[in-house]
Design a protein around this ligand. Structure first.
Ligand code: FES
Length: 272
C-alpha cells in the first residue's frame, strides 16, 4: 500500500505509533482469514450479530469470541471481525488497542490481574504485584505487565498484569484470576495462589464461579455458557460489601418513601 508523502501512516514502522503499526501490518499481509475460525465459531458469530439491531454493535462480544479461540486477538482476528461486521480494519484495531481486556499477544492458561490502584496499592497491592513479578520472572528478570510465564496456553502458564480498580475496594488488596475474585490478599497468599496455578491446580475464588481458564471465560463473556447453573453457583457478594444493608435490616431501618411529587429543584444561577 503506497501512501502519499507526509501522511502519518507513510512513516517508517520505527516512528509509527503502536496502533498504526498494527494497522499497517494487517494491510501489508493480505491473506484469507485463518482456518482457526471454524464452522462453530462462524455459527456463534452469526448468533452474536443477530442479537443487535446493527451488526457493528456486536464488535465487543465478537472480540471476546475471537479471544476465546486464539487466546488473544491476532491480526487475523481483527480481519475476521472487520469482515463479519463490515467495519474497516482501522475501526476494529482502534477498539482492540483501546480496551485492556483484549490482549495482543497469546496469553497463559490464566490471567492474573493484581489491583494496584490507590487503595489496594496502599494496603499491599504494589508489594503483591512486585512479588509476583519476581516469582514469575526468569533469570533475575521480573515478569513485565502482560507478559506470560510458561508456554502461552499450556497448563500452569500465567499472564500477569497490573490492573486499575477492580471494584472491590472494601476487600482490598484484591486480585483476579480470569476475572474471578480473590479478596483480602497478602503477599504470602497471592504467592501461594500463583504457585498452585503453576502446578495446574485451580484454587476456589473467594466468591463467584469456580475457576476455569481464560479461554473458557472469554467464551462466557461472549455469551456462550455451557453450564449456567455451575457458573452462577458461587457466592456473589462478600460479607463486607453488604454489611451496611445487613445492619439496616437487623435494626429495622428503612429508606424514606419516595415522595409522590418530585421535590422542587432550586433555581439555577443565571449564566454570566
Ligand atoms: S482500589 Fe483495588 S479494588 Fe478498588
Amino acid at each position: 500500500m503506497t501512501l502519499p508523502e507526509g501522511m502519518p501512516e507513510s512513516n517508517s514502522a520505527s516512528t509509527a505509533k503502536p496502533a498504526e503499526r498494527v494497522f499497517e501490518s494487517v494491510v501489508a499481509e493480505p491473506s484469507p482469514v485463518s482456518p482457526t475460525f471454524d464452522e462453530l465459531t462462524r455459527q456463534r458469530t452469526k448468533e452474536i450479530i443477530a442479537l443487535y439491531p446493527q451488526a457493528r454493535s456486536a464488535l465487543l462480544p465478537l472480540l471476546h469470541l475471537v479471544q476465546s479461540v486464539e487466546n488473544h486477538v491476532s491480526q487475523d482476528g481483527i480481519r475476521y471481525c472487520a469482515e463479519a461486521l463490515d467495519l474497516s480494519l482501522a475501526e476494529v484495531t482502534a477498539v482492540v488497542t483501546f480496551y485492556t481486556m483484549y490482549k495482543r499477544t497469546p496469553c497463559g492458561e490464566h490471567l492474573v490481574s493484581v489491583c494496584t490502584n490507590t487503595l489496594c496499592a496502599a494496603l499491599g497491592g504494589d508489594d503483591i504485584y512486585a512479588r509476583l513479578q519476581e516469582r514469575l520472572g526468569t533469570e533475575g528478570r521480573p515478569l513485565g505487565h502482560e507478559e506470560t510465564a510458561g508456554e502461552p496456553g499450556s497448563t500452569g502458564s500465567i499472564t500477569l498484569e497490573h490492573a486499575e480498580c477492580l471494584a472491590a475496594c472494601d476487600l482490598a488488596p484484591v486480585l483476579q484470576v480470569n476475572y474471578e475474585y480473590y479478596d483480602n490478599q497478602s503477599v504470602e497468599s497471592a504467592t501461594e495462589l500463583v504457585e498452585a496455578l503453576r502446578r495446574g491446580e485451580r484454587p476456589a475464588p473467594t466468591r463467584g464461579a469456580p475457576l476455569t481458564d481464560l479461554r473458557t471465560v472469554e467464551l462466557e463473556i461472549a455469551g456462550f455458557v455451557d453450564d449456567a447453573d455451575v457458573r452462577v453457583a458461587g457466592p456473589s457478594s462478600a460479607i463486607e460489601s453488604v454489611r451496611g444493608a445487613q445492619l439496616a435490616a437487623d435494626r429495622g431501618w428503612v429508606a424514606p418513601a419516595m415522595p409522590d411529587e418530585p421535590p422542587a429543584m432550586p433555581a439555577l444561577p443565571e449564566k454570566k
